[in-house]
Design a protein around this ligand. Structure first.
Ligand code: ADP
Length: 731
């Protein structure tokens, strides 16, 4: 090989080596560059990680710090909670899901005595310790008791359980399940509350006994006072019927009226106490309100007449008259209001008005007003007078007697009936008391429907000086289809005759100034008028001494039904022909005498009774007590028994029961028994009727009431016991 070839080969080799070197250099450079990039990235990463580590370290320190703080707060809260739980007097304990005691306050642990129960003990151990002499199981078996106590824990709602301890304390266990199955138990000492409850129970029993004693005292007081009052009032009444000098009559009348006034006060006080004690009961029954109103008016008529007062009734002609309510209490309300009106009215009139409207259900809303022209009541006294024992306090009122209880009772009674009372008044001009009530009608007969016998009269003339009387009467007559003319006095009447007459009936007020009723009647006959004349009189008896031409006399205030009957009689003259012979009178002497037994232990009352029935044709025997009454019932076989209730040995109720039992066993017919009672309480009324007694009369006895019962129960085979004049009072 040539040198040049060698050189060329060497040059080529060198060039190749140089190229390789160059490439390796480039590769080295690239590798270096990459290496330095990696190194930079790595160092960046290290810096970041270092920073993160720093921050993590800071956070850990913070967390540790927070943890420390929270732990100490939790420890404080727990300590406080336990301090609080320890300070409460009730026991507190927590059992875990396995029923192990995990915590309890001292009060809880103390229940079981020193060392009795410890933390870690089971609930069953707790019950075991309790049943070993700590709880008073009152003879209940310990196992049963523990069983009952544990089974109650299984219920959804765990009822509290009161456990009586042997030392007398009462512990109420309240147990509740927690969300994680724990059982929280509270043991509350309720001994003081139980003692208070027992004391309250005792106090309540005492109060009830006192209230019963008060009622019994009232009933007895009423009885004790009424029994001698019966003697006083009854004897005075009988004394007044004998021949007396003027002075003696005054004394006897005073005794009688004072006795009656005293009875009114006793009754008021009794009624008020009854209402206060919520013992007042209403006994609703069908009754005639219009008749009741008239009866009250008639009772007050003598007093009104003495003062020259006119009593007027205006009962809405479109209203039924029979309603369902307690008639006795309704009469009491009306008597109080109308009685006051008469008492506090020196001159003028007292007008009782009943208006009303039918409600959707068929009941009626009634407005009853009592209007007077009396002394009136000052506005500042209006509320005051409805209070108990309250009267208007001024000079003009001093002279009137009264207890001041009437309106208090009236307001309460109206309230009991579901109504309301009010008053409007003007001093010196008069007062108007009113009350509103909703009552059911007694029968479903429409108001104002025509009578069974229509009135056939066509035209009537009213002669009355008082406008209000004319207006009311005119309205009544017009509803019966009459055309009515009215005038104020005899002169006007005589003048009206030829112009507006002839009339089918002429209604004349008896008591007119100048020419009175009888004189006008005589004048009418003189001028040849033969129309029937009806006298309207507030004192019908006074007409007995006068020759008069009246066809009929109507007592004022006029009862609608009475007016209607008279108009019907006038429409059908035959009905005025002599009626079929009156039963009784002619045969009065025939038959055996009626037998009446009166059981009454008080000798004065026996005497009063004997005198009251002196006019009756009957055989009367007295029994001094219930036992004698039963014996006499056997031997005497009475047709009627009057039975006093309070008697020694055997009281009236027992005697009535004995008679009823004997009748039943021997198949005898039932003898009517009428109780004579001084008891005015409702409870007595019930017990009296339950004893088999049919009726009762309250003392002091009234002659008319006794005679009415005798007349009502006189048997068919006996001769009439009651003379016709005495027997007119309805039974
Ligand atoms: P009493 O009539 O027994 O005094 P009341 O309670 O019935 O008791 O009445 C209380 C008072 O109301 C009466 O004393 C009287 O002052 C007054 N008063 C009641 N009704 C009337 C009346 N119609 N006119 C004037 N004053 C009356």
């Amino acid at each position: 090989m040539s040198i040049s070839e060698k050189l060329a080969r060497e040059r080529r080799a060198r060039l190749a080596a140089e190229r390789l070197l160059e490439q390796k250099k480039r590769e080295l450079y690239a590798a270096n560059t990459q290496l330095s990039r990696h190194a930079r990235a790595l160092s960046d990463q290290i810096v970041v990680q270092r920073q993160e580590a720093e921050s993590l370290k800071g956070r850990t320190v913070q967390v540790l710090h927070d943890l420390e703080r929270v732990t100490s707060q939790a420890e404080l809260a727990e300590r406080r909670l336990w301090e609080a739980i320890e300070t409460i007097e009730d026991g507190f304990a927590v059992f875990d899901g396995e029923a192990r005691l995990v915590s309890a306050n001292q009060a809880y642990l103390a229940l079981f005595g020193a060392g009795g129960v410890r933390l870690g003990d089971s609930y069953f151990r707790v019950l075991e310790v309790l049943s070993q002499g700590i709880a008073d199981l009152a003879r209940e078996d310990a196992q049963d008791w523990q069983h009952e106590m544990t089974t109650r824990l299984g219920r959804d709602v765990i009822e509290p359980k009161v456990v009586r301890l042997a030392d007398g304390r009462h512990i109420r266990f309240h147990d509740r399940r927690g969300e994680v199955g724990d059982l929280v138990s509270m043991a509350q000492d309720i001994t003081a509350a139980m003692e208070r409850e027992a004391e309250l129970e005792e106090a309540r029993a005492k109060a009830e006994a006192a209230s019963r004693a008060k009622s019994a005292f009232l009933a007895n007081m009423s009885h004790e006072i009424r029994t001698p009052m019966n003697g006083v009032v009854g004897m005075a009444e009988l004394l007044c019927e004998t021949a007396l000098t003027e002075e003696q009559r005054l004394f006897a009348e005073t005794i009688r009226s004072s006795g009656e006034a005293l009875l009114v006060i006793i009754n008021d006080v009794l009624d008020y106490s009854k209402i206060e004690a919520e013992k007042m009961r209403l006994y609703p029954e069908p009754f005639d309100l219009e008749r009741c109103l008239h009866e009250v008016m008639l009772l007050l008529q003598p007093l009104a007449r003495e003062k020259g007062l006119r009593l007027v009734v205006d009962f809405d002609i479109f209203l039924p008259t029979r309603f369902i309510a307690d008639p006795g209490r309704m009469r009491q309300i009306l008597t109080n209001l109308i009685g006051n009106a008469v008492k506090f009215t020196p001159a003028g009139h007292v007008l009782a008005r009943v208006v009303g409207l039918e409600l959707a259900g068929g009941d009626y809303e009634l407005h009853v007003t009592v209007e007077d022209t009396g002394i009136g009541i000052a506005p500042d006294q209006i509320e005051h007078i409805f209070g108990e024992f309250n009267q208007v306090e001024d000079q003009s009122n001093r002279k009137f007697e009264g207890t001041g209880l009437g309106l208090a009772i009236t307001r309460q009674l109206v309230g009991l009936m579901g109504g309301a009372i009010w008053v409007e008044s003007e001093v010196g001009h008069g007062s108007c008391f009113g009350f509103r009530l909703v009552l059911s009608p007694a029968e479903h007969t429409a108001a104002g429907t025509g009578p069974e016998r229509p009135v056939l009269l066509k035209n009537a003339l009213i002669v009355d000086e008082i406008l209000i009387n004319r207006v009311i009467l005119q309205r009544q007559l017009e509803t019966y289809g009459l055309a009515v003319s009215s005038c104020r006095n005899a002169t006007e009447a005589l003048a009206a005759l030829p112009v507006q007459g002839p009339f089918d009936v002429i209604l004349v007020d008896q008591d007119m100034p100048a020419t009175d009723g009888p004189d006008l009647a005589a004048a009418l006959r003189m001028v040849g008028d033969a129309a029937p004349i009806l006298f309207l009189s507030s004192e019908p008896d006074s007409l007995a001494d006068r020759r008069c031409d009246a066809t009929s006399v109507l007592a004022k205030p006029i009862l609608r039904s009475q007016l209607l009957r008279v108009l019907q009689d006038l429409s059908y003259p035959k009905s005025r022909l002599p009626a079929p012979a009156e039963p009784s009178a002619p045969e009065a002497a025939a038959g055996r005498p009626m037998r009446v037994l009166a059981a009454e232990d008080n000798r004065t009352n026996q005497l009063v009774f004997r005198k009251m029935v002196a006019d009756c044709d009957m055989e009367l025997q007295f029994a001094g007590n219930g036992r004698e009454a039963v014996e006499l019932w056997r031997s005497f076989r009475p047709d009627l028994v009057f039975m006093d209730i309070s008697m020694p040995e055997m009281d009236g109720r027992e005697a009535a029961r004995a008679i009823r039992a004997a009748e039943a066993s021997s198949g005898l017919s039932r003898v009517p028994i009428v109780a004579l009672t001084a008891h005015a309480m409702d409870a007595d009324r019930v017990s009296i009727l339950e004893a088999g007694i049919d009726h009762y009369l309250t003392k002091p006895l009234k002659k008319a009431e006794i005679v009415a019962k005798i007349a009502a129960f006189c048997p068919g085979d006996a001769r009439t016991a009651v003379p016709p004049a005495a027997g007119t009072v309805p039974a």
